[in-house]
Design a protein around this ligand. Structure first.
Ligand code: TXA
Ligand code: MG
Length: 323
């Protein structure tokens, strides 16, 4: 199994592995990432290998600051403004690649755009110390639930990587929001840990929605699939089902559920986001063949939560995604 080091003691060891072209799992504020040097093709390939991910998925390149970001992408004024407001933080910007960008084409899947994010926490320290960008998808086996604890990473990838940096549970709990910037046009490619409304407020314009599928292949319908079947927006729990609850009021029949976990008893969407993958994984470990899910409001972070739930509930044979 992978060695687990607490983040306060891990910087040197992590950077040694990364400089040697290996993949290391580490915390960001959103979810754990499986990180490798984004400028080194073999290192990036190790990520795909460990995750069993289809190769056509481009990865996010994580940077330490704007100075590093400008080496790889061209920032139109709107992108400049968004990065200024939300970096470091759970926002990924898809931008035109800069001339001479050293990001390896395996990391961008050969596109002429690049997805950049400046994360908070250990990952940012590691990037700054290494002086190179890190490609880092979520640290889970392709198509499975994203990991928000070091233990969850160990369970999925422990036999495939040398080192996991443990920073405790990730505070945001959902992947970053991805926005493509093309001149004056902002397109929401993936809802995530930063509410779309907050981005729109700073940008002073609406995000274009509904064009996700093709541009962000990680958005394949069956992403985030647990083994149990999910039944969404339930008002009535059937006997034998597990229940993923939300808020203070229970669906009818909740007392017959084999196990109940509440995303947020108080109905707080940020708390629910942070609990989402952990609760799904915990219910999935139980014996129930079906996880009933209570309705979660669609506003704010609820948009991303409902998006992940819909993917987790989707049929498994879409898009050739490996499970
Ligand atoms: O919070 C996060 O974003 C986490 C942490 C580790 O930073 N990372 C993450 O990475 O979720 P990943 O690889 O699981 O998701 C990256 C998404 C994929 O859906 C991919 O298709 C999309 O970003 N993407 C990457 N480059 C792109 C590009 N040039 N154009 C469009 N989509 C792109
Ligand atoms: Mg992922």
């Amino acid at each position: 199994m992978a060695r687990i080091l607490q983040q306060d003691d891990a910087l040197e060891a992590a950077c040694r592995h990364l400089a040697a072209g290996e993949a290391v799992a580490m915390p960001t504020e959103t979810v754990y990432g499986l990180a490798a040097d984004a400028t080194n093709g073999e290192a990036v390939a190790r990520i795909f290998e460990a995750k069993g991910r289809p190769r056509f998925n481009p990865l996010i390149a994580h940077v330490a600051d704007m100075e590093m970001a400008r080496r790889f992408a061209v920032f139109p004024p709107l992108a400049e403004r968004l990065a200024g407001a939300f970096w470091p933080g759970p926002l990924t910007l898809v931008l035109p690649q800069a001339e001479g960008s050293a990001i390896h084409p395996l990391a961008t899947a050969g596109l002429d755009t690049v997805a950049l994010r400046c994360p908070r926490g250990f990952a940012r320290q590691a990037i700054a110390r290494l002086g190179r960008p890190l490609a880092a998808p979520s640290a889970n086996v392709s198509g499975r639930i994203s990991a928000t604890t070091a233990e969850a990473v160990q369970a999925q990838l422990g036999t495939r990587i040398p080192l996991i940096v443990d920073g405790g549970p990730t505070p945001v709990g959902l992947e970053s929001t991805i926005v493509k910037v093309a001149g004056e046009t902002l397109t929401l490619l993936r809802p995530g840990g930063l509410a779309a409304e907050e981005i729109e407020r700073v940008a002073g314009r609406a995000l274009v929605r509904g064009t996700t599928g093709v541009e962000a292949p990680g958005m394949l319908a069956s992403h985030y699939a647990p083994s149990a079947r999910l039944r969404l927006n339930v008002a009535q729990v059937e006997p034998g089902e597990a229940l993923l609850a939300f808020g203070p009021r229970r669906a009818r029949g909740a007392e017959t559920a084999v196990k109940v976990l509440n995303l947020s008893p108080a109905g707080d969407l940020r708390e629910a986001a942070a609990n989402l993958f952990g609760h799904l994984a915990a219910l999935d470990l139980g014996a129930a063949a079906v996880i009933a899910v209570e309705p979660v409001p669609a506003s704010g972070l609820g948009e991303a939560i409902n998006d992940r739930l819909a993917r987790a509930a989707a049929p498994r044979d879409t898009g050739g995604e490996k499970l």
